[in-house]
Design a protein around this ligand. Structure first.
Ligand code: SF4
Length: 234
């Protein structure tokens, strides 16, 4: 099998480099990259940590689609030639490694830290079958891989757009009755570069390895925004 891997070193032109690996049963894209790095080219740079689909650090674009390399079997790609490039819309560091700072900055921009309610009881009781719990549950488990930002065309178009992961996180907090940061959070969310910018293409939802739906979260946030505006004018 041929791997065509994106290579980049600051100050030098980008290029694709070919490597050959034998695709063994159960071998993942990450396994193949590790093998190349260990046996053919120790200069190849890529990022990974857990190797078992927990940390999200090995997200990259494989044959045109954002995937986590540690969970993508070579055989499942159904191709003899595999093109691997870094996530889109992030600054390049080297080869397949991108700078994740913009991901964190986008999170911060819409207030994605939990703000505990003043005077709240020590333990909040949220029923497992409550509407609140049922709405929030499917939005948790983001592993911060950045695949959704890479797939999002609006992230490319508007650098101020917070992107799917931050908006998904914002929804979990806006729906959380224990959180006290809602008023402050609406300002960035309702700016012209945030909630209303999403065109609902759902590329983010399609590529999310955790099967989250940031698209749904954005729609739910919009609904909440309209309801809160109506309430404030009632
Ligand atoms: S929402 Fe999904 S694709 Fe986006 S960063 Fe979180 S896990 Fe990755």
């Amino acid at each position: 099998m041929i791997l065509r891997v994106f290579r980049y070193t600051p100050g030098a032109p980008e290029r694709m480099q070919e490597y050959r690996v034998e695709a063994r049963p159960g071998m993942t894209v990450l396994d193949a990259l590790v093998e190349v790095e260990r046996t053919q080219d120790p200069t190849l740079a890529f990022r990974y940590a857990c190797r078992v689909g927990m940390c999200g650090s090995c997200a990259m674009v494989v044959n045109g689609r954002e995937r986590w390399a540690c969970r993508t079997l070579l055989t499942a790609l159904g191709a003899e030639e595999i093109a691997i490039r870094p996530l889109y819309h992030f600054p390049l560091v080297r080869d397949l490694v991108v700078d994740m700072v913009p991901f964190v900055e986008k999170m911060k921009a819409v207030g994605t830290a939990f703000v505990p309610s003043h005077g709240a009881a020590e333990f909040a009781l949220i029923g497992s079958d409550s509407l609140e719990r049922r709405q929030i549950d499917p939005t948790l488990e983001c592993i911060g891989c950045g695949a959704c930002l890479s797939a999002c065309t609006m992230v490319a178009h508007d650098p101020r757009f917070p992107g799917p992961a931050a908006l998904n996180r914002a929804f979990t907090l806006m729906a959380d009755s224990r959180d006290d940061g809602k008023v402050e959070r609406w300002a960035p969310l309702l700016s012209e570069d945030a909630l209303w910018r999403c065109h609902g293409q759902a590329n983010c939802t399609e590529v999310c390895p955790m099967e989250l739906s940031p698209t749904d979260s954005i729609l739910r946030l919009r609904r909440r925004a309209v309801m809160s505006l109506l309430r404030s004018h009632a």
